[in-house]
Design a protein around this ligand. Structure first.
Ligand SMILES: Nc1ncnc2c1ncn2[C@@H]1O[C@H](COP(=O)(O)OP(=O)(O)OP(=O)(O)O)[C@@H](O)[C@H]1O
Ligand SMILES: Nc1nc2c(ncn2[C@@H]2O[C@H](COP(=O)(O)O)[C@@H](O)[C@H]2O)c(=O)[nH]1
Length: 198
């Protein structure tokens, strides 16, 4: 893999990864590019195929995994999610910092590749706050919500492993969390802006 150093955003469902990512893309749209993952889950209201995800069937996804088209893939809450080689290459071809929003299994898989991203974990202040955010988001059935909360408990525990993440952001105050995110990425942002201006 070539190009600027990618960024991995991980952390429990509902912690605020997509919210922070949207802020980053709004402020630095030409600097960052989102790695559009594949998923077998159903699109949510407002989600567009090819933008938030490539929405695919389990059969189609399994065929592409078998064909070696994915850098990593994982089963999460009853669905498969994965990062294709093409998704990352598309961003890198635009000389943008590639941002991957992936779960903890994905992080462990990416650690075995030569991608060498900056690893950031986004956490909610507590499981209670996380549950409230997920409920208020109104995207999950009760079954899916419980699965996500169970996975979140494990994620919150395991993410503290020394060396796993370069930074853990506790997303309580959104603006403060965003400032922390921008701070760790400042050097990479500057490099891209300099290269685009030269
Ligand atoms: N600091 C915050 N304070 C209050 N609400 C927040 C904060 N950050 C995010 N939220 C809200 O919490 C909900 C979950 O956030 P978001 O969808 O960004 O989480 P996520 O980590 O991307 O989840 P998933 O992994 O399921 O995609 C959203 O409704 C969002 O508006
Ligand atoms: N290992 C991977 N995890 C991924 C990928 N794309 C998203 N995700 C993670 O899935 C959960 C649930 O996402 P949701 O959109 O259904 O709420 C979340 O933790 C994402 O980080 C991927 O390509 N690989």
């Amino acid at each position: 893999m070539t190009g600027p150093r990618p960024v991995v955003l991980s952390g429990p469902s509902g912690a605020g990864k997509s919210t922070l990512l949207k802020m980053l893309l709004k402020d630095y749209g030409n600097v960052f590019g989102f790695s559009v993952s594949h998923t077998t889950r159903q699109p949510r209201v407002g989600e567009v195929n090819g933008k938030e995800y490539h929405f695919v069937t389990r059969d189609q996804m399994q065929k592409e995994i078998d064909a070696g088209e994915f850098i990593e893939h994982a089963e999460f809450s009853g669905n498969i999610y994965g990062t294709s080689k093409a998704a990352v290459q598309a961003v890198q071809a635009r000389n943008q910092i590639c941002v991957l929003d992936i779960d903890l299994q994905g992080v462990k898989s990416i650690k075995k590749t030569d991608l060498k991203p900056i690893y950031i974990s986004v956490q909610a202040p507590s499981i209670e706050v996380l549950e409230k955010r997920l409920r208020d988001r109104r995207t999950e059935s009760e079954e899916s919500l419980q699965k996500r909360l169970n996975t979140a408990r494990v994620d919150m525990e395991l993410s503290n492993e020394p060396g796993l993440f370069d930074l853990i952001i506790v997303n309580n105050d959104l603006q403060k969390a965003y400032s922390e995110l921008k701070e760790i990425l400042a050097e990479e942002i500057q490099k891209i802006q300099d290269s685009k201006n030269s």
